[in-house]
Every structure is written in C-alpha cells, then in structure tokens.
Design a protein around this ligand. Sequence first.
Ligand code: ATP
Ligand code: MG
Length: 470
Amino acid sequence: MRRVLVVDDERNITFVIKAILERGGFEVDVFNSSVEALKRLSEPRVPYCAVVTDLYMPDQDGMAVLAHMKDTHPDIPVVMITAFGTVDSAVQALKKGAFDYITKPFEQGEILAIIEKAANTFQLRNTEPSNESGDSRLSKTLVIGKSPAMQEVVRIVRKVALSPSTVLITGESGTGKELVALEIHRHSERVHQPFIKINCAAVPHHLIESELFGYEKGAFTGAVNSKPGRFELAHEGTLFLDEVAEMPLEMQAKLLRVIQEAEFERVGGLQTIKINVRIVAATNKDLAKEVREGRFRDDLYYRLNVVSLLLPPLRERRVDIEDLVYFFIKKFNDKLGKRIESVDSVCLKTLCSYSWPGNIRQLENVLERAILMSEGSILRSIDLPEEVFRGEASLPASSPAAEAFYDGVPFKDAVRKQTQAIEREIIEKSLLENEGNITRTAERLGLSRKGLQLKLKELGLSSQGPRTSL
Ligand SMILES: Nc1ncnc2c1ncn2[C@@H]1O[C@H](COP(=O)(O)OP(=O)(O)OP(=O)(O)O)[C@@H](O)[C@H]1O
Ligand SMILES: [Mg+2]
C-alpha cells in the first residue's frame, strides 16, 4: 500500500507535496481542511501508509491529527510539516509520537526520503512473518529467521526487552543490528515512547556532545537557539547508539557518567536534567578488541555490555535466505508496483549459495534491483546481478569442469580433466598416508598393484612417492 494522506490548509503546499510524492510512486489524497481529514481518518480501516499534516491549521491543528492517529491507527506514521524556526514545536510533535518532521521550505529529496522511510516502517509494522507462534502482541516479530541462531536472538530480545538493562548488539554490516534494536524497543514497556537514534560514525566528533546532550543559546558561535539533545528526546524511551565504537574517547567518559547517573547538563547549560532512558548500542567492530587496543574505555564497555547479542552473518544461516527472499519480494512488489509470485529454483539456489558479504542489506539491494528488472511473475537467475554468480565470495556454484566446458573445451575432455584432478587428489593423499608404499596404497584404493602403477603413469605421478607439493 503506497497511499498517503496529506492535509494542509494551504492549497499550494498540498499541490507541491502531491506532485513530489506522485513522482516518487505514491498515490496521494489531499485535504485542505483538518476537519475533513479527521473525518476520513475516523473510518475503521484507512488505506494509508503515512499521514502528512501541517502543524498550524485553523480548526484542528496538526497535533490534534497526530493525537487522533495515535488513538485510532497507531501503526500509521504521521509526518509533521512545520515552519522554519519552530523547531521546538517539531520536538513536541516527536515527543508525542510523530514519525518525523519536515520544515518549510522543504526539498523534494528530503520529503520523499522521509515518506519512503515512513512507508517502510508502516509495512514492517504490518508484516507478520511466518515464524511467529501464538497471537499475543509480544509474539509478533519483525525479525525473520527460522535458523536456530536467529530464533535464539528473538528469544533473548523478548526477554531483555522487558528489563531496563543496556544491550550491546554486535554483528557484521547489514546483519540487522538496527532492526533488532528497534525490536527491543517495540517489545518493551517503552513502546509508546520515542525510539531515538544517533549514528556515532556519521556525526562529526566535535558535534557529538551537543547532539547527545543538546545546548543552550549562546553556548558556542552559531548556537542562536537552545536545542535539546538525543538524550532528552529519548526520555522514557530508548536511545540507540549506533556504531558506538566510533565514539571519541573523551566523549566515552561523558557518556559513561550520564548512563551511570541518569542526569546531565546541556552544553553551556547550568541546569541538571534528569532522564530515564534505555540504552541499546551497536557496533560491527569487536569491542573487546577495541578495549584491548586502547580505543574504547573498558568501564564503558562493561556498562554497555550488560546483555550482548551477536547477530550471525547470513552465510552462517542460509536456511533463512528463502523466507527473506519472499519477504523482500512482497516489499518490493508493493514499492515498485510489480507482481512477482515466485522464484524459480535455479535463481533460489544461486541466492542460497552466494556468501553475502554485505548480509541482509546486500540481499535486499540485490532483490530490489532484480525485481525492478524482472518481467512476468517469476523471478529468474537472468534478473540477478553478476556479483552473485562470481568470485571466491560464492560457494562453488559450478565445478571447474563445467566452467571449462562453457569456455569451449569439448564435453568429454572437460569431464576427463576434472576426473583426473579428483583421481590425482585421492591417490596422492592415499600415497602420503601409506608413506609411498604402492602395495598398501593399491589395497586402500581397491586397485591392483599393476592398475595403480598404470594410473600413476597416466596422471604423470612418480611411483617413487608422493609429490611434495601436497
Ligand atoms: N532478520 C531480518 N528480517 C527482516 N529484515 C531484516 C532482518 N535483518 C535485517 N533486515 C533488513 O535488512 C536491512 C539491514 O538491516 P540493519 O540496517 O538493521 O542492519 P545493520 O546491522 O544495522 O547494518 P549496518 O551495519 O550496515 O548499519 C534493513 O532493511 C532491515 O530491515
Ligand atoms: Mg546499522
């Protein structure tokens, strides 16, 4: 479902937003009166994946629309439009559960990116993967994976979600760390409070402090207004510290203090602010190693690592690939307006044997491209990009002989070459085991002494003993 409701009393604004979203592949219903929009949104089932509302409107304002949506359709993300310079009201909206906000004047790319994210979130909230059991709210999970390793992850997530403990999630890039962090939040009592994220690798070092703790007006050049930091925004909710290994050492000390004391001051501020925040941190580095090598404080490491969750790479849980493939097919069918119903067996086999160095994120990207390229209702190998057939990254999808044949070597020659390679390997190994003794080797292989000697000659092996190259 890619339909968005937009409400703003200014017709030129709704006109522009509609045009932008339609270009991005969304269907758009426009309302210029909040009363009319609320009437529509009061219907028991509404076909929207997101609602975009102006904050200031005569009659009912954007906060009323937000409150209504939280009550009646909490799964539909609400994006607030605010005027430039009214960041405080945007922050209020976020605290009340708005998905995000856009400041006027806005850029086409920005608004599309936000709505795209909102639509994805809506879809995730409404997807019930097949691996769940029971029907209570807590049994629903967004994490797909029937492999024992992922089932264990899901089990731990549910258990720790209900405690206030800090969780450290580690795993290679693209293994689902952010998804699991969100899942912990969703299953916790804080689910209706904010989930706030900071990517420590993406924020310049000198800005991390003010991003985390906020600042007061005049705290530094350019601080023309005061601004709350992520800790304040996350009050009563969850703060996700992504790529935590990238946090500079001196900030690590400050962070530790705040986690321990649950209070801090804004940069340039005197007032102590108390907060109640659940911390979830993630990294794709080996944090224990970072500690050993002096790049990460050990005391902070122990603080964060109260519960640790290791997400296995996709190549170690290949049984999950098929479900993930079908999950992404559904997602991209909706997004790209396609109707893929199944995957042919060769294509599925290729996807299941590739080693996925970029894990689920890479699988997702490959499938988006493949689905876009596909014609008809079945996904085929021909739709897949070359990378998944290639390289040492992949399990041997075909033998050297098969490749030689396709490179133009005649069928019989290609097969003989491959057979000889296997014979040589076995014989050499056997010779080694039997210290070059021909009689014993022949016995072990079930050949006559004479037969083995002929084979050795044919394969160009000396009968004096094994080649040292083995
Ligand atoms: N088990 C899963 N089931 C369904 N979707 C998943 C699963 N794991 C990851 N994804 C999806 O794969 C993509 C990458 O996941 P995510 O961003 O959580 O990974 P990450 O470990 O944070 O990656 P990075 O280290 O690159 O930041 C997301 O779109 C996410 O929704
Ligand atoms: Mg991530």
